[in-house]
Design a protein around this ligand. Sequence first.
Ligand code: SAM
Ligand code: SF4
Length: 498
Amino acid sequence: MFDRPADVPDTLKPPLHDETRQGEPLMIEHRAKYKGRKLYIESYGCAMNFADSEIVASIMLDLGFETTSQYKEADVIFINTCSIRDNAEQRVRNRLREFSAAKRKSPGMTIGVLGCMAERLKSKFLEEEKLVDIVIGPDSYRDLPNLINQADQGSRAVNVLLSREETYADISPVRLNSNGISAFVSIMRGCDNMCSFCVVPFTRGRERSRDPYSIVEEARELFNNGYKEVTLLGQNVDSYKWNQGNGEHGIENGTEVVGQRTANYQQLTTNFAQLLEMVAKINPDLRVRFSTSHPKDITDEVLHTMIKYDNICNHIHLPVQSGNSRVLDLMNRTYSREWYLERVDTIKKIIPDCAISTDVIIGFCTETEEEHRDTLSMMDYVKYDFAYMYTYSERPGTLAAKKFKDDIPQDVKTRRFNEILSKQQEVSHKRLLNHIGQTYRVLIDGLSKKSDQDFSGKTEYNITAIFPATGEHKPGDYVNVLIERCTPATLLGKIITN
Ligand code: SAM
Ligand code: SF4
């Protein structure tokens, strides 16, 4: 029987926004290897932030730090923050109060605020939070050695410069709280869309894509180290685009050439579908996932690439935000209800068993009851496998904050939220019932949280399956699982040999 490894948390496969991972202490896998000053780091928000913390940890490791799970014993405390909704920021403020109390007892301690909230508030943070020493935005992590040095000398330090080029392509992230099976790989940073509700373009800067060869190398290295699943991350993966530097790499008369340019020369560009294929080709046993797809940009080429490779998981996270075209227009999502429905129909035509998940914003400015019902009917039509649902939270500086009044009363937002939530519970339960009697290839990611007699794993649709553990298998193995029953959110079954 497989024993639960020490120091590995229960949350073995973090989804895009995992409530259970918010604020957990992030530790380097083999922590005994390093002895040095102690870093305590915790992250809030999306998968991108968790991936960034791995870049930060890598830089700090090079500075001689080791990680600790106890912030009270740390020399440096980093909190990687999220600004997407007001309550995400309030959570960070509360946590900073606890860190500040620890610092009062150990004045030598350095507290650093990283990520989106640092970028949004900049040096104002130092005025508002008197015990914070370092404020560092998501594009400035290379400056950490300098900022730590300044803090060591008693100065407070800020670097919130955004970059048009930074992708940290050459920094090999150390894996934090890793199960050794699944990992996130950033393929791009920033966002050029201007959804009117969203703070991301202001906190993470302009969109830029990372060199595909460095992405493939990172994924290959993960596979060589025993990982079985990578999730390619970007705010809008479908607009991934890489032009070979200075055109020294291209195609001439159908042949790849390096270093020559003639009239027939065409610059080599890699788009998302091509990148997906490059990663899928690393090994058929490496599962490939990606997120987030934007409804205005997802191409049929991506769908055809998904169907061509068994190891690209048939799951698309396709945030709808609203089912009503007028609201979508106010949100500046640049697609309509009809456009979104066409994309869903095309996905289902090309990949009939594709799981689709979504994000919904409830109670956006001026949303009427009828428009809210359009979102409910969209959910009935698409039958999302799962959804992240949020009530609208006005963010300072965004287009919506400047142009529209946040005029839906909180009690109405809450009631609409509950209606959306129960609709989602109804449709996802129906979707789960459809899996009963099917056999799926499941990647075991650990023991079930409820029983160490059971394994937990994910189907390619990103749905958790629980089944009795056997001595022959271990986490990281693929097994065929016959689905026999389900709870409202989980599939239950047993391993079958063929
Ligand atoms: N880039 C992704 C996309 O366009 O779908 C989303 C990234 S955002 C980090 C994750 C989700 O947060 C969004 O899809 C949206 O549903 C939600 N969100 C963003 N701003 C929000 C706001 N001001 N109020 C409520 N929810 C918000
Ligand atoms: Fe925000 Fe829209 Fe960019 Fe997503 S696509 S990060 S919602 S601006």
